[in-house]
Ligand binder design. Structure first.
Ligand SMILES: NC(=O)c1ccc[n+]([C@@H]2O[C@H](COP(=O)([O-])OP(=O)(O)OC[C@H]3O[C@@H](n4cnc5c(N)ncnc54)[C@H](O)[C@@H]3O)[C@@H](O)[C@H]2O)c1
Length: 509
């Protein structure tokens, strides 16, 4: 089939390449000339595993090409996908200007019947708006289809080639058949193609993303509460996830969700509901919990560095792993109670009176999250002023260079405002981060370089390369053996045995 994809971002480029891979004749069009120039040279401007090789092969075999010429792209195609960005507008609702500009551009360049497919994530009713815009500008017949995309960055090719389902929003049986034919190669293994009305298709995308975001926020709340009650979220998560009604995915607590979809789509759903005078109570809470969770690591750091224990870090550096292990036990309130009542048979070199209670109150979380919104620097009295932190992971999740709404950005901003220095490492997302923070952050060449003379390691994104590092090397490079693990990647018991003061999220050691 002759296919045109407008917009060559994470979605458009993957969709266009996968359609070409299954034998279609595809032209990808973008208004960004530099992007098109590099795509023509075979350079993929984003990091997406497997994409570059597949793209180059399809270009070489002349099934895939790139252009800035909308007229030629539309005229040469039967099916025209709109896959442009829908960034968040000022009131939380998506900015549809790119989608509507693309729609008008298509209308002005039609030379016959077209199927116009909206793949961008858009509010309910947008297919109708697109139809109106186009019909005002053309005399040719056309149909508008809503075909939301569910791929995940980092596994986009895999998701597109083997979708869980394909959603097609159209009233036209004939159009649905053509779309099914286009998606046929991807659904041969039995993935359902759901044909529904366009409004339900548009709503499905928002509801799915809000559901996934709600699981993350729910588990973050559970993890925070685990710290108050002395439970370990590691076990709670598994105990819940093995229930088939619940399932185990998207139940990992951490530093909050980011990326170009969840934050924007949750806010868009809230705005849509408000517009229809039916404010969503649950969805509002998902967003608020996530906002606070992005500061959970800095909340913990403030507690830790305000405590007497932090003053004794020089002693800690001299201690054997076994002594650190004992000291680390003191950091949980339950254990410190034990210490106070003299339940321990050994003499600790740390002062029990200074052992901090690391559980976070609502007020702790509110205070840190306010720091970033305050205009003034908050260095006076900052317990982390002048300290240096190694930060592993900048992208909003592993296997992508996308830093849109990444928790790392909030954490860096808070650390800088509190007068700390940051030495960051990420396998793919250094350059996009440099564009935001410039020289305010030092960017390390390797994950170990980031540790040199740092007061502690903060793990923010769970890239594979961070999963099983050389802990002896970490200990020798860091100024003090302290780890704040924002993704619960490491085992608290092992960390203590290795001589680290270790702080996870909702973990008990
Ligand atoms: N990124 C994801 O993981 C993902 C997943 C599912 C759905 N979506 C949705 O898909 C849409 C696209 O997301 P993305 O991440 O690919 O965006 P992106 O920002 O990476 O890319 C958008 C591209 O569209 C181009 N563009 C803008 N206006 C144009 C126009 N009038 N004509 C031609 N090109 C134009 C831009 O230059 C850019 O290259 C959004 O609505 C998003 O919410 C994204």
């Amino acid at each position: 089939m002759k296919v045109c994809v407008i917009g060559t971002g994470y979605v458009g480029l993957v969709a266009g390449t996968c359609f070409a891979e299954t034998g279609n004749d595809v032209v990808c069009m973008d208004v960004d000339e530099d992007k098109v120039v590099s795509l023509r040279k075979g350079e993929v401007p984003i990091y997406e595993p497997g994409l570059e090789g597949m793209m180059r092969r399809n270009v070489a075999e002349e099934r895939l090409r790139f252009t800035t010429d909308l007229s030629e792209a539309v005229k040469s195609s039967l099916i025209v996908f709109i896959a442009v960005g829908t960034p968040q507008g000022d009131d939380g609702s998506p900015d549809l200007s790119y989608v509507l500009a693309a729609a008008r551009g298509i209308a002005c360049n039609m030379n016959g019947y077209k199927i116009i497919v909206n793949k961008s994530t858009v509010p309910v009713g947008t297919a109708d708006r697109v139809r109106q815009e186009i019909s005002a500008l053309t005399r040719f017949q056309f149909d508008v289809v809503s075909n939301p995309e569910f791929l995940k960055e980092g596994a986009a090719i895999e998701d597109f080639m083997k979708p869980d389902r394909v959603v097609i929003g159209t009233y036209e049986v004939r159009v649905a058949e053509i779309m099914k034919e286009l998606y046929g190669p991807f659904t041969r293994t039995g993935a359902p193609v759901l044909v529904m009305d366009p409004r339900s298709a548009e709503m499905t995308k928002y509801a799915a993303n809000a559901m996934l975001a709600s699981r993350i926020s729910f588990m973050n709340e559970v993890a925070n509460l685990c710290e108050h009650v002395g439970a370990d979220v590691h076990w709670v998560r598994q105990g819940m996830g093995l229930d088939r009604r619940i399932g185990s995915s998207f139940l990992f607590p951490g530093v909050g969700y980011g990326g170009s979809c969840f934050p924007k789509d949750v806010k868009a759903l809230i705005a849509l509901a408000r517009e229809h005078n039916y404010p969503l109570k649950l969805v509002g809470a998902i967003e608020e919990v996530n906002r606070l969770q992005k500061s959970v690591i800095v909340d913990k750091m403030i507690k830790f560095y305000s405590s007497g224990l932090a003053d004794q870090l020089d002693d800690l550096k001299q201690m054997t792993p076994a002594q650190v292990e004992q000291a680390a036990q003191m950091v949980t309130p339950a254990a410190s109670e034990g210490f106070k009542t003299g339940d321990y048979s050994y003499q600790l070199s740390l002062d029990a009176a200074k052992i901090p209670d690391m559980t976070l109150t609502r007020k702790d979380m509110e205070t840190t999250s306010r720091i970033v919104s305050e205009r003034e620097q908050s260095r006076d009295g900052s317990p982390i002023k002048g300290k240096t932190f190694a930060l592993w992971g900048l992208s909003f999740k592993p296997q992508t260079d996308d830093i849109r709404e990444a928790p790392s950005l909030t954490i860096i901003e808070q650390l800088l405002k509190l007068g700390a220095e940051v030495q960051a490492y990420d396998p793919e997302a250094t350059e996009p981060t440099r564009k935001i923070f410039g020289k305010q952050v030092r960017y390390a060449r390797t994950n170990y370089d980031a540790l040199r003379d740092a007061d502690a390691l903060i793990l923010v994104t769970e890239w594979n390369v961070f999963r099983n590092p050389d802990f002896q090397k970490i200990r020798s490079l860091l100024k003090y053996p302290v780890i704040f693990d924002g993704r619960n990647q490491y085992n608290p018991v092992e960390m203590k045995e290795l001589g680290f003061l270790y702080f996870g999220i909702g973990r008990r050691s």
